[in-house]
Design a protein around this ligand. Structure first.
Ligand code: NOJ
Length: 541
């Protein structure tokens, strides 16, 4: 029996509830849908699922605008459904991580409604970030800070007071200087931990505390519209945020089986990220430097080395992330020219066949590296970004808030194709109608049903990788040793007796000495060499 804590090398699968599976037949995913697909997730071999927000919400930002942190969005089910899901997941050996959104609430949250009804300077307003305006009659916003979705981060109420929203105006920022806010969130953590939740993914984990002098944007600072969202700004990555996580860690550690935290922390360099992962703070964080890296061996090698070294200083395990619900799907990114891999949807030509080959190789790279892995739903099917969604179906608030200049993130949120040969591809069961975002016809070859049992499919590649990863003592937590390799090739060994080779060069490469090919992301050449844009796992003992 290994003594490694489970979270140090877990494979965690992100469920985006509205797009995972629909049990009610309304075209929108829900908890019944997730429950019905637990056998699929168990078969795939994941250790845990992270469920994006499932709380009551007006859905202005797809659930990241939470109206009540202790209940379930009626479109997704009930609290009893959530409890049943927790019990059934445990029976499948799958842990459940929820998503907590502590930077802001929905404007429909009881606290914000009370703040609106109360006067400027009242205790109700003190739970949020209200400030007087500047200029004649306070007509100008308190600072020039931008919202991440476009426009100003401040909105004025009819009584003249301004409130901060780093995201949509319907997502007012909470005031983390207020002890009542801190106590409330610790209580919310306990509410879900008491129901068996294994941990939380923390939304916008580097944003909670703001510089209380409220200075303007730093000189020369420009709001990032694409990743990396490395802020360097008085609203982000402030020292005071660490004390919040020390308190949360104490809550998580107070349980017999300690609960864990993974931070969404867009900061750089990685040494800055490591500060969130000190032994008394968060357990892990998403590795966004890895996620945004182009398909380039030198870049990957630097990111891998810097990750291992920076996180090693605080004893935290690295994590490897290829995609999530906020970024262009990996098949599409890797199918674009390297410098333009993060450009807005539809703006760059893409070779999806090449992208898929690389994404499959990327899957073997990320699951062979030391530490934990995140898989975003549909990544295991090799789904591409849907880049041609008609404008009238776009729902990401970015589209409206940017004045129709940024299409937003809907293209990676299209409901999963499960079975059958036409939309809705079994997403809503037999009776289901149109899905909340339309699925492309071309997904008929990418359904879970079509891929299941096909040894050449991405689904079978992922299941094989996760099965081998569990069985091989060399994989998971630990260290790696780089092996000599030609330019453009990543080759590393892990003890005992395992080597991974990823060919990011344009030419086939010889394999190092080995006793067995454990898994390959595509067929090896007839000469036994590893073709370009492919990866292989070798046994060497
Ligand atoms: C990060 C989430 O991943 C994203 O989807 C959301 O829009 C923002 N945080 C605001 O909550």
């Amino acid at each position: 029996m290994s003594s490694t804590p489970w979270w140090r090398d877990a494979v965690i699968y992100q469920v985006y509830p509205r797009s995972f599976a629909d049990g009610s037949g309304d075209g929108m995913g829900d908890i019944a849908g997730i429950r019905s697909r637990l056998p699929y997730l168990a078969e795939l071999g994941v250790d845990a699922i992270w469920i994006s927000p499932w709380y009551p919400s007006p859905q202005v930002d797809a659930g990241y605008d939470v109206a009540d942190f202790r209940d379930i969005e009626p479109a997704f089910g009930t609290l009893a459904d959530a409890e049943a899901l927790l019990t059934e997941s445990a029976a499948h050996g799958i842990k459940v991580i929820l998503d907590i959104v502590p930077n802001h609430t929905s404007d429909q949250h009881a606290w914000f409604q009370a703040a609106l009804a109360a006067a400027p300077g009242s205790p109700e307003r003190a739970r949020y970030v209200f400030r007087p305006g500047r200029g004649p009659n306070g007509d100008e916003p308190p600072t020039d800070w931008p919202s991440a979705f476009g426009g100003s981060a401040w909105k004025r109420l009819p009584d003249g007071d301004w409130y901060l929203h780093l995201f949509a105006p319907e997502q007012p920022d909470l005031n983390w200087e207020n002890p009542e806010v801190r106590a409330e969130f610790e209580d919310i953590l306990r509410f879900w931990f008491d129901r068996g939740v294994a941990g939380f993914r923390i939304d916008v984990a580097n944003g909670l505390v703001k510089d209380q002098a409220f200075p303007d944007n730093p000189p020369g600072w420009r709001p990032p519209e694409e990743p990396p969202f490395d802020m360097g700004h008085p609203a982000w990555d402030q020292e005071g945020v660490h004390e919040i996580y020390r308190a949360w860690r104490r809550v998580g550690d107070s349980y017999d089986d300690p609960r864990i935290f993974v931070g969404e922390v867009w900061v750089s360099p990685l040494t800055r990220l490591a500060r969130y992962l000190r032994p008394d703070e968060l357990h892990t964080a998403f590795n966004f430097d890895f996620l945004i890296a182009p398909w380039d061996a030198a870049v990957f090698r630097t990111v891998i080395d810097e990750t291992i070294s920076a996180l090693g200083t605080v004893g935290a395990p690295p994590t490897w992330v290829l995609s999530n619900h906020d970024v262009i799907r990996v098949v599409t990114r890797y199918g674009r020219p390297a410098g333009r891999h993060l450009a807005p949807a539809g703006s760059v030509s893409v070779d999806l066949e090449l992208g898929l080959r690389r994404a499959r190789a990327g899957a073997l790279l990320s699951t062979a590296l030391p530490g934990g892995v995140y898989v975003y739903q549909g990544e295991e099917l090799g789904l591409p970004e849907v880049e041609d969604l008609p404008e009238e179906v776009l729902q990401d608030p970015t589209w409206e808030q940017s004045g129709h200049t940024r299409r937003g993130r809907d293209g990676c949120r299209v409901p999963l194709p499960w079975s059958g040969s036409e939309p809705p591809f079994g997403f809503s069961g037999a009776a289901g109608g149109a899905t909340w975002l339309p699925q492309p016809e071309s997904w008929k070859t990418l359904t879970a049903e079509a891929e299941s049992g096909d040894s050449a499919s991405t689904l079978e590649l992922y299941s094989a990788a996760l099965r081998i990863r569990r069985a091989e003592p060399a994989l998971g937590d630990g260290t790696l040793t780089w092996l000599p390799s030609p330019d453009g090739v990543l080759s590393f060994s892990r003890d005992p007796g395992f080597t991974c080779v990823v060919n990011l060069s344009a030419d086939p490469v010889e394999l190092p000495e080995h006793t067995e090919v454990l898994l390959a992301s595509g067929p090896l050449g007839t000469d036994g060499r590893l073709p370009a844009d492919q990866a292989v796992w070798l046994r060497t003992r």
